[in-house]
Design a binder for this molecule. Structure first.
Ligand code: UD1
Length: 437
């Protein structure tokens, strides 16, 4: 099985270019089948989740032409809508964003049968708000044999108040409502940058969506969509991961192709703990020259501190002076990396399942750890880069779901990391990088 082997202790130094936002791409790719015209989409991250979604779209007849790793042309023209429009295969079962095909297909064809979403096991992750939205628009929705089955004669605009601020439900309802008859208002909508990006994409196809990025989104239904060309925004979480990696390894990294505004919550915390963060138009530079300080963090919907940056930040705070507290308020099962971090020498206690008390240690020591999910996997890689000696991170399939060429980008910053597939390859890496001091 593929794993990363890392020799830690080198500060990350240099420049890294951030790719397109995975979570925006997943909404945009699904939405692309809503037109019979052609969507040319650029700056698409070439990661497992996007590739699995594209395969699922092809399986129902969408035309997907890859023009390169980050550019794709999609058309929904050849989707055969005479049948039930069933989306199910062993891969799509594992990803979260399969749910966007419900909103996209329901909006366009007024029917969809999509396997219940999977995704990282970071909590129970219900989809009741998605279903509530579809029902409000006039769809019949039931769950049978692990499939979400939705159908409607016609969708009608409605005033929908979300009980929970949900990224997925906001995007899904926005998609379906865009091709409904009449006006929809989504209240208590999520405000993440990728909501705005999906709305901009839909508008570029002819939708009429206003207010994305605020908590009230207004949608005037239109009859159909047309061709578009679109470039996906940079990935906020990939950028944040490299910012934190720079800080944790006491490095100096210029992170390019970012929207600094999207990174403010992360920049603010890094500054607070003593790192220097310099912003320019489309880049941020993070420099840490000495041991950082403790802080308190609570994860919140955007513009609050993102839950998807929580594990990476915990790894950094684990090496900072003093006691830090992280409260996870979005998902209930997002501290599964703590056990692995203990193996590296971190001192972290989890209280009531949602609060981590982190007593900073002077150093981590290399060990073999397993990635429990996507973002925690990235955090363990950062820990390995900061640790003394060799760290092996297993189950890296999780990391590959959302980070494009992660090891290659880290090597570009001087990180000693290699993807290996056998003990022989691991030994070769150890030989090449010298023995543990
Ligand atoms: C998306 C992101 C994920 C990120 C999360 C929060 C994708 C593919 N994934 O996940 O990386 O961590 O946003 O920023 O974009 N909830 C309900 N009912 C629902 C929907 C959600 O109770 O119908 C709850 C969830 O359990 C969670 C909270 O709402 O506690 C937020 O979830 P949501 O924003 O929907 O996250 P996802 O769309 O799953």
């Amino acid at each position: 099985m593929e794993q990363y082997i890392i020799k830690g202790g080198n500060p990350l130094v240099g420049e890294v270019v951030i790719g397109g936002a995975k979570n925006a791409a997943l909404g945009i790719l699904a939405a692309a089948i809503m037109t019979d015209g052609q969507c040319m989409i650029d700056n698409m991250p070439d990661v497992r989740d996007t590739n699995v979604l594209l395969q699922a779209m092809e399986s129902i007849g969408a035309t997907v032409i890859r023009k390169g790793p980050n550019e794709v042309t999609i058309s929904g023209k050849n989707i055969d809508s005479s049948g039930d429009l069933i989306v199910d295969n062993e891969y799509i079962r594992k990803i979260r964003a399969s749910y966007y095909l419900i909103g996209a297909l329901l909006g366009k064809y007024k029917k969809a049968q999509v396997v219940l979403p999977g995704g990282c096991e970071i909590g129970s992750r219900p989809i009741d708000q998605h279903i509530k939205g579809f029902r409000a628009l006039g769809a019949n929705v039931k769950i049978e044999h692990g499939m979400v089955i939705a159908e409607a004669e016609q969708l009608h605009g409605e005033h929908i108040y979300l009980d929970v601020v949900s990224v997925g439900a906001t995007i899904n309802i926005m998609m379906a409502a865009s091709l409904a008859v009449g006006n929809t208002i989504i209240e208590n909508a999520a405000k993440e940058p990728h909501i705005v990006d999906v709305a901009n994409f839909l508008n570029s196809m002819g939708a009429n969506i206003k207010g994305a990025g605020t908590d009230v989104i207004r949608i005037k239904g239109v009859e159909s969509f047309h061709n578009t060309e679109y470039s996906i925004i940079p990935d906020q979480i990939e950028a944040g991961t490299f910012m934190v990696a720079a800080a944790a390894t006491r490095g100096d990294v210029l992170i390019k192709n970012v929207i600094p505004k999207h990174l403010e919550a992360i920049s603010a915390k890094l500054t607070e703990i003593g790192a220097e963060v310099e912003e320019s138009d489309d880049a941020v530079r993070v420099v840490a020259t000495r041991r950082l300080k403790h802080t308190q963090i609570k994860t919140l919907p955007y513009p609050g501190f993102p839950t998807d940056m929580q594990p990476q930040m915990a790894v950094t705070l684990g090496l900072s002076k003093g006691t830090s507290i992280i409260t996870e308020s979005i998902f209930e099962n997002r501290f599964r990396y703590v056990e692995e971090m203990r193996g590296l020498g971190a001192s972290i206690k989890v209280m009531d399942g949602n609060t981590a008390i982190i007593s900073g240690v002077e150093k981590y020591t290399g060990a073999t750890v397993a990635a429990p999910d996507l973002r925690a996997g990235a955090a363990l890689v950062i820990a390995g880069l900061a640790a003394e000696g060799y760290t092996t991170v297993t189950q890296i399939g999780y990391i590959q779901r959302g980070y494009e060429r992660f090891d290659e980008k880290l090597r570009g910053l001087g990180g000693l990391i290699e993807k290996v597939d056998s003990e022989k390859e691991a030994n070769k890496f150890i030989f090449k990088t010298g023995t543990v001091s």
